[in-house]
Design a protein around this ligand. Structure first.
Ligand code: SF4
Length: 209
């Protein structure tokens, strides 16, 4: 059974597929933080802004692969049933997503994207791999479609990743009290290093999920 925090239909807000309608399936749990506030100080990943703990969100619960597909399918309009774009996110989806689930969803025509911190192996067959490296971790997924780095991060310099095998390299401004300053830092870095592109969290600007 797959433990899922929430499943909802919205627009992808970030990266290459920004603006595209997608079902988001947020898997519960992460290997870099428990998700409980009192543990944040000792977590490997300290600036997480996602609630991935438990299964109490919209459409959250424990699913087998068949019921998970049925739920995903039920959220998209009928006319788009032929092509479902699914974003597997978390938490860290690689803790749970396996070959069996990927094979089953793909056999039902689902296009699968995954957003991962890149520290765990991934099953074969995923259509779009987004890796968001976190400080103080060892990336084992060094190949994929997009690498999305929150910037600036003291311990994660973009140059560490430039030789990896990704089609797109994105910097995404760190969303903290210095947001405007972080936007400027991203823009300046990209102007000097045009291998990188800007990813804005448009869902936050638009007020959607
Ligand atoms: S890896 Fe992602 S989900 Fe896990 S704690 Fe860090 S930001 Fe949150």
């Amino acid at each position: 059974m797959y433990k899922v925090k929430e499943i909802y239909y919205t627009l992808q807000g970030e990266g290459f597929h920004q603006g595209r309608a997608a079902v988001f399936c947020r898997f519960a749990g992460c290997n870099l933080w428990s998700g409980i506030e009192k543990d944040r100080e000792n977590a490997i990943c300290k600036f997480c802004d996602t609630d991935f703990w438990g299964m109490d969100g919209e459409n959250g619960g424990s699913y087998n692969k068949e019921d998970l597909y049925k739920k995903i399918k039920s959220l998209v309009p009928k006319q788009s049933d032929q092509h479902i774009f699914l974003v597997m996110t978390g938490g860290e989806p690689a803790l749970q997503v396996d070959d069996e689930l990927v094979t089953y969803l793909k056999s039902n025509g689902v296009e699968i994207a995954i957003e991962t911190n890149g520290t765990l192996p991934l099953p074969q067959g995923i259509d779009w791999i987004t890796v968001s490296p976190k400080a103080n971790t060892k990336l084992i997924i060094t190949k994929g479609n997009e690498l999305k780095l929150v910037f600036p991060q003291e311990e994660n310099n973009p140059t560490q990743f430039e030789s990896f095998d990704f089609t797109h390299f994105y910097l995404q401004p760190l969303d903290n009290d210095h947001r405007l300053e972080n936007h400027d830092l991203c823009i300046q870095y990209i102007l000097s290093n045009p291998q990188w592109k800007l990813s804005i969290q448009s869902h936050k600007i638009l007020g959607i999920r």
